[in-house]
Design a protein around this ligand. Structure first.
Ligand code: TRP
Length: 339
């Protein structure tokens, strides 16, 4: 392991199928980070159960999601990919940090407030202490950076506060991480409503593409994409303010083909949307085809997946257990066999 590299940690809730939006907006960036950083990505199943899950679904989604990340090109040789519950140090560290996270702090987390409003019949203790588990996830690996979206910034702040508090009592135990603000990856919007982000919870909606969607479904969704009432020459023009639908399609086309907006405008200078939309669809089909095929292959290859999970968990455990032991010693736990 190259210890000079900065360390990056991120957890992904196993919600299953990845969207075109998350592929273009996030995963492609992560793939590019692998050479520069020492990256740990885990499927956050411990976090997932803070809201009620169907066991069979959770199991399938967790595996699926891991396979899909690998299929997208997140290289398990270069990155440490694993399932959170395979590394018990997460649960252990989470408990310890619970005791260094204050009730008041946890009460102020906006995600807790939002989620308890949405799950009024299941406001469980885990939902409340979730940020302490997340702090453990991060601090176990001596992370320098945590690549997160806007919605997780507050949890990262709390992680820093917890780390500083702990270090204040016991000396320099934890590295205090910083949020990593990704280079603005393309923000992909819904094809049905280009003013809102493409999300996987747009259930069965016409607006989202999953990376495992079949070519004919992808084509149908693109042909139906919402644009505007312009017609004829010059209607394929990048103007996010006034032409959000077309600009979103151009962004997608640009990511799929590597062409610039100027090149795209030229290519479709005399075309209407009836030509442009299927062209974007085809480009996406071609971009996603190898990913879908690889992901299907992986899902069939249980031995490979099991080995991948085991290797990832082993690599992660080595680092995580080292940190956990240091913490146990500092807080005064008696170590087994005195070691
Ligand atoms: N809380 C994150 C989310 O809801 C997932 C997550 C869990 C995470 N542990 C993490 C993200 C550690 C970054 C680092 O998306």
């Amino acid at each position: 392991m190259d210890t000079a590299k900065k360390i990056m940690v991120s957890g992904i809730k196993p919600s299953g199928d990845l969207t075109l939006g998350s592929y273009i907006g996030a995963i492609k960036n992560w793939i590019a980070l692998a050479d520069e950083y020492d990256c740990y990505y885990f499927m956050a199943d411990l976090h997932a159960i803070t809201v009620r899950q169907n066991p069979a679904d959770l199991r399938r989604r967790t595996t699926n999601q891991l396979a899909q990340y690998v299929a997208c090109g997140l290289d398990p040789e270069k990155n440490t990919l694993f399932i959170q519950s395979h590394v018990p140090a997460h649960a252990e560290m989470g408990w310890v940090l619970n005791c260094y996270a204050m009730f008041g702090e946890l009460s102020r987390m906006t995600q807790f407030k939002d989620k308890s409003a949405k799950n009024a019949d299941n406001i469980n203790g885990g939902l409340f202490t979730y940020p302490a588990l997340m702090a453990g996830d991060i601090l176990l690996y001596n992370a320098d950076y945590v690549p997160v979206g806007e919605d997780q910034k507050q949890h990262c702040e709390l992680t820093r506060d917890i780390a500083n508090r702990f270090n204040g009592i016991y000396g320099d135990v934890f590295k205090v991480p910083e949020p990593y603000i990704a280079k603005v990856g393309a923000r992909i919007m819904s094809l049905a409503d280009p003013t809102s982000k493409m999300s996987k919870s747009e259930d069965e909606d016409k607006g989202r593409i999953l990376i495992t969607d079949k070519p004919e479904d992808i084509m149908r969704t693109f042909k139906r994409a919402i644009t505007d009432s312009d017609t004829g020459a010059g209607c394929v023009h990048y103007d996010p303010e006034n032409k959000p639908g077309v600009s979103n399609l151009m962004t997608i086309y640009s990511c799929a083909t590597g062409k610039t907006f100027a090149e795209i405008e030229k290519e479709f200078a005399s075309a209407g949307y009836g030509v442009f939309k299927p062209a974007v669809g085809e480009a996406v089909v071609e971009m996603l085809r190898p990913i879908r095929e690889k992901s299907e292959d992986l899902m069939k290859n249980k031995d490979y997946l099991n080995k991948l999970m085991a290797d990832g968990a082993e690599k992660a455990s080595r680092v995580a257990n080292r940190t956990l032991k240091k913490v146990y010693k500092k807080i005064g736990f008696v170590l087994p066999n005195g070691k």
